[in-house]
Each structure stands twice: as structure tokens, then as C-alpha cells.
Ligand binder design. Structure first.
Ligand SMILES: Cc1cc2nc3c(=O)[nH]c(=O)nc-3n(C[C@H](O)[C@H](O)[C@H](O)COP(=O)(O)OP(=O)(O)OC[C@H]3O[C@@H](n4cnc5c(N)ncnc54)[C@H](O)[C@@H]3O)c2cc1C
Ligand SMILES: NC(=O)c1ccc[n+]([C@@H]2O[C@H](COP(=O)([O-])OP(=O)(O)OC[C@H]3O[C@@H](n4cnc5c(N)ncnc54)[C@H](O)[C@@H]3O)[C@@H](O)[C@H]2O)c1
Length: 490
């Protein structure tokens, strides 16, 4: 254990007891991969859920609470860089939770930088001068995640859901083959089957070296070495959030944007988010596409990753000229979208088709596939917002529809979302453009609100926290602290 890890584990007795529990569990898992289940019981269930992430856990626990015999399978295939994790899915292990912790770490840095303006100083009356330890942050994030992994296992046990640390694939629409990490197979049969397998980062296959030398959001939160100078490829949630916290933690960060950033959001508000990041030091390589990634030794003998990329120089013409560039960095993070983990489920046996580009499965309003007893929830379902509260709520509602005479459907339309960039961007409802298109320009009023909380900070000159509202139809919040701005309008 390194010095920082030992420091962090000394901080709480809980963590050391947790690591004992995790070690103990790992040992018992080595002897018996199929846990929580009675090996002598028959392997018949009312419901089998494939995937123990946000949606699968919520659905399986709800169904069990309603008196049904339920099993959940969860298996994590390592990332191309070999990163793996425990029970709980994307959000807990490589999504919302570690992302928000790293975002918070970067906001703390920002607050420290601002603190002198608000009267904070060291004993020599100078502004606070701090350094950051990547490994300490990663250790603490990892320990928190381990506690959540453990918590999910305990909850499944308490709620009498059988948990199999196995990969599931279909044999037919009532039978799942479950394979553990040693290749041991077993068969589970069920009346109903829920696919809740989520998604994984997609590397651009046309870019040689991307998968070999690049990393994705599956790796960044567990990196053993500080990322150093980083190029983030992509311009949506994952790319901008990761670039925001990496830059905030002090790493030189650039973002390669192929077309429009935060496409699903309002253009002028997305611009504020990017302007703010740029002012904080993030470099944007616009209209640019990666071509290849090579590992090189630079003139000083240091190993670097060299990214060759093209930049469009004439936006008005799709065939416009291209300039070729190269940039050398320590880390390349590909945040170029996600694909549903459906390719190895043997869906062809069931005659279920998936979307060619996203691998997601089409479903009806009832979350059912073309087979009436096979359902899909969460990120694996086509056309749904890929968000944790959505996966959780649709899992719970599906269980209630199946097992407690409920007919309540999930409303996938009015779903709030926040992009955790340094200037956070929260939104619900229509974009201004969509509102105008649907209701007419005369029915849409757009307000922009500037918050005075940061007027004496280093952000105050140009960048404010901003709230914008398209009256009645849409509420936007780009707050540094959102609640205050909302109060102005409520
Ligand atoms: C970097 C990042 C940040 C994010 N931040 C946010 C946020 O701030 N807020 C928010 O709302 N959402 C956020 N999301 C999205 C959120 O994580 C997902 O929408 C959510 O986790 C989807 O839940 P799910 O149950 O569909 O799938 P997942 O949580 O992905 O769970 C699926 C599980 O199934 C397992 N599995 C896959 N195939 C099989 C198989 N054949 N057999 C057994 N197990 C299998 C997987 O290993 C995984 O554990 C973020 C995502 C990323 C990548
Ligand atoms: N805060 C949150 O709630 C949160 C955070 C992260 C992710 N998510 C969820 O996860 C989903 C996936 O997010 P995402 O950011 O991975 O994917 P995305 O599909 O939304 O964005 C992919 C980005 O990569 C770019 N891209 C794709 N291929 C490229 C290539 N070859 N070269 C250059 N750029 C390329 C696209 O232009 C786009 O900007 C989101 O839709 C969201 O629902 C939510």
C-alpha cells in the first residue's frame, strides 16, 4: 500500500472494516461464484434480470418486494485497458458517482483560487497555495465505490434477490445461460426476462491506435498515474465533464470537437459552458477529427501519444479543405459515444434486432421487445434518455406493471438533466428552438439571469452563473449553485 493509500485508509475505521469485508467476500467468491443462492434450489424464477446496474437492481428489488422469486446477473467485462469493477453498473463505478467526486475535487480547487478575494489567506497573508495528489483522490474515490458495491450486495441479500456474478445470454425466451468468470455454466429459467445491460464506451474503429493507446471513461477514474497533459476526443456530456474536472485538477487539457458541442442542448447556453471552460484554460480544437494515435519517444526521450488529426477550414462547404495537424499528449481520452452491451446476448435466437449504430434494442411504451415476456430498461433501450434516475424509475415501474396490477408507464419526455461541467448546465423540457418550432415564437419568452454571488471572484468579469428560462415551456439552470437561481423564479 503506498503512503497516500495508507493515509486514506487510516482515516476511517469503516474503510478498513470494509476492505476486510471485500477481501473476505472475494475469497469466498473464489470458492463459489454463485452467491446468495441456494445451490440445491431449482433454477427457476418468476423474473431474471440481466445486468446489475441502476435499472436492473431497482427492477429486481422491486419485483422481489412484490413477492416474486427473482435473480439478477451482473458481470463486468474489463475495458480494453483492463479496468474492471464491482456490482452496481456504470453510474456507481465509472459514471455519475466517481465523475461527481472528481468534479467536486475540481470545484474545490476553483474555490481555493477564488478564496483570496473573499478574505482567505495563509499565515503570511498570501493567497492559499495548494497542490493536488491524484493518487489520494483516486484511492478515496475507489474506497467509496467499494462501499457502494458492498452496499448493493447487502441490499440484494436483504431483499432476497439471488445475485449471480455471471455473464448472461439467451438460450430461448425463457432460458438464460449464466457463465461465471471461470467459465462454469448454469441454466436459469424464468417467466419474464429483463435486459438491463447498459452500455460501454465506443472507440472509433476507423482510428488506428485509438483502442490500443487511448482510454475511456471506464479507465479515467481508476488511473494509477496522474493523466498529465490530456486530449479528450468528443463534445458531449462525458467529454466535457471529464475535460472540466481534469483541467480543474490542474492537468493541461484540450478537447477535440468534430461538430456541435452538447448537440441536444441550447446552442447559446452550451456556448456559455464552453466559454467558461475556455476561460478556465481548456483548449478547444474545433471542427477536428482524430485520424490515428501513435506512441512516440519525443526529443527529450519521453514517451508520448501523438494524435494526428484533420481540421475543416471551410465550414460553408462540406467538401471544404482540410488541414492536417499533430498534437503530443500523455493521455488520450475517447468520449466518442457509447454502445449498448447487447452483442453477446444471442438476441438473434429470439429474432430481436438491435440498432445498427447504438446496438440498443427497440421497445414499446411498456418497455417490451417483440417478445411479450422480454423487456429492456435503461441505457440498452433505444430512444430513452440515458440517465440513472430514468433507468431506476423505469425498472421500478416495470416491476409494478408486471407484479402489482399497475398500468403506470414511464414518462420519458419531461426528464431533467444536468451536465456537470465547471459551469453546471441543468435543463428540463424543450430547447428554445424546439419550443419555438412547436409553439410559435410569440409564445416563447426567454429570460437569462445573472447571479451576483461570484461578482468579486476571478470569474466575475465576464462569466456569471446563469439561469435562463423559456417561460412555462422550459427551465434552464447554469448555476454554480443552482438552488439560489431557481428561487428567483419560483
Ligand atoms: C462518465 C459517465 C457519467 C455519467 N454521469 C451521469 C450523471 O451524472 N447522471 C445520470 O443520471 N447519469 C449519468 N450517466 C449515465 C448513467 O450512468 C447510465 O444512464 C446508467 O448507469 C444506466 O443504467 P443501466 O442499468 O441501464 O446500465 P448500467 O448501469 O450500465 O448497468 C448494466 C450492468 O449490466 C452488466 N452487464 C452487461 N452485459 C451483461 C451480461 N450479458 N450479463 C450480465 N451482466 C451484464 C454491466 O457490466 C453493468 O454492470 C453517466 C454515464 C457515464 C459513462
Ligand atoms: N451528467 C449526466 O447526466 C451524464 C454524464 C455522462 C453521460 N451521460 C449519459 O450518457 C450518454 C452518452 O454520453 P457520451 O458523451 O458518451 O456520448 P454522446 O453519444 O452523447 O457523444 C459522443 C460525442 O463524441 C463525438 N464523436 C463520436 N465519434 C467521433 C469521432 N470519431 N471523432 C470525433 N468525435 C466523435 C460526437 O460528435 C459527440 O460529441 C449521454 O447521452 C447521457 O445520457 C449523462
Amino acid at each position: 500500500m503506498n503512503k497516500m493509500a495508507s493515509l486514506s485508509s487510516k482515516k476511517t475505521g469503516f474503510l478498513s472494516s470494509l476492505s476486510y469485508q471485500v477481501r473476505h467476500l472475494t475469497m469466498s467468491r473464489a470458492n463459489c461464484n454463485i452467491i446468495n443462492s441456494n445451490n440445491n434450489s431449482n433454477k427457476y424464477y418468476d423474473l431474471v434480470v440481466i445486468g446489475g446496474g441502476s435499472g436492473g437492481l431497482a427492477c429486481s428489488k422491486e419485483a422481489s418486494q412484490l413477492g416474486k422469486k427473482v435473480a439478477v446477473l451482473d458481470y463486468v467485462s474489463p475495458s480494453p485497458q483492463g479496468t474492471s469493477w464491482g456490482l452496481g453498473g456504470t453510474c456507481v463505478n465509472v459514471g455519475c458517482i466517481p465523475k461527481k467526486l472528481m468534479h467536486q475535487a475540481s470545484l474545490i480547487h476553483s474555490a481555493v483560487q477564488d478564496s483570496y478575494s473573499y478574505g482567505w489567506m495563509d499565515s503570511n497573508n498570501a493567497s492559499l497555495n495548494v497542490t493536488h495528489d491524484w493518487n489520494l483522490l483516486v484511492d478515496n474515490v475507489r474506497n467509496h465505490i467499494l462501499s457502494l458495491n458492498w452496499g448493493h450486495r447487502v441490499q440484494l441479500k436483504e431483499k432476497k434477490v439471488d445475485y449471480y456474478n455471471c455473464f448472461g445470454r439467451f438460450v430461448d425466451n425463457h432460458t438464460i445461460e449464466a457463465t461465471d468468470k471461470n467459465g462454469k455454466k448454469m441454466s436459469l429459467s424464468a417467466d419474464n426476462i429483463v435486459i438491463a445491460v447498459g452500455g460501454r464506451p465506443a472507440f472509433p474503429d476507423q482510428v488506428p491506435g485509438a483502442r490500443e493507446f487511448g482510454i475511456s471513461s471506464d479507465d479515467i477514474f481508476f488511473l494509477k498515474e496522474p493523466p498529465g497533459k490530456t486530449l479528450v476526443v468528443g463534445a458531449s456530456y462525458v467529454a466535457l465533464e471529464c475535460a472540466g474536472f481534469l483541467n480543474g485538477l490542474g492537468y493541461e487539457t484540450s478537447v477535440m470537437i468534430r461538430s456541435q458541442p452538447l448537440k441536444a442542448f441550447d446552442e447559446h447556453l452550451s456556448k456559455l459552458v464552453l466559454d467558461h471552460m475556455e476561460a478556465e484554460g481548456v483548449e478547444f480544437l474545433r471542427d477536428s477529427t482524430p485520424l490515428r494515435v501513435d506512441r512516440i519517444i519525443n526529443e527529450s526521450g519521453k514517451t508520448e501519444l501523438q494524435v494526428s488529426y484533420s481540421t475543416r477550414t471551410d465550414n460553408s462547404n462540406n467538401n471544404g479543405s482540410q488541414e492536417m495537424h499533430k498534437v503530443a499528449v500523455d493521455t488520450v481520452l475517447f468520449a466518442t459515444g457509447r454502445r449498448a452491451a447487447t452483442t453477446d446476448l444471442k438476441l438473434d435466437i429470439l429474432g430481436i434486432q438491435t440498432d445498427v449504430s447504438t446496438c440498443q434494442i427497440p421497445v414499446d411504451d411498456n418497455d417490451a421487445t417483440s417478445l411479450p415476456n422480454v423487456f429492456v430498461i435503461g441505457d440498452a433501450a433505444l430512444g430513452r434518455p440515458e440517465l440513472t434516475p430514468v433507468a431506476i424509475m423505469s425498472g421500478k415501474l416495470l416491476a409494478k406493471r408486471l407484479y402489482s396490477n399497475s398500468s403506470e408507464l414511464m414518462d420519458y419526455k419531461m426528464v431533467p438533466t444536468t451536465v456537470f461541467t465547471p459551469l453546471e448546465y441543468g435543463a428540463i423540457g424543450f430547447t428554445e428552438r424546439q419550443a419555438i418550432d412547436q409553439f410559435g415564437e410569440e409564445n416563447v419568452e426567454h429570460f437569462l439571469y445573472r447571479c451576483s454571488m461570484h461578482f468579486i471572484s476571478h470569474w466575475s468579469i465576464t462569466y456569471h452563473s446563469v439561469t435562463a428560462i423559456n417561460v412555462i415551456l422550459r427551465l434552464f439552470v447554469l448555476p454554480l449553485k443552482g438552488g439560489r437561481e431557481l428561487l428567483v423564479f419560483i
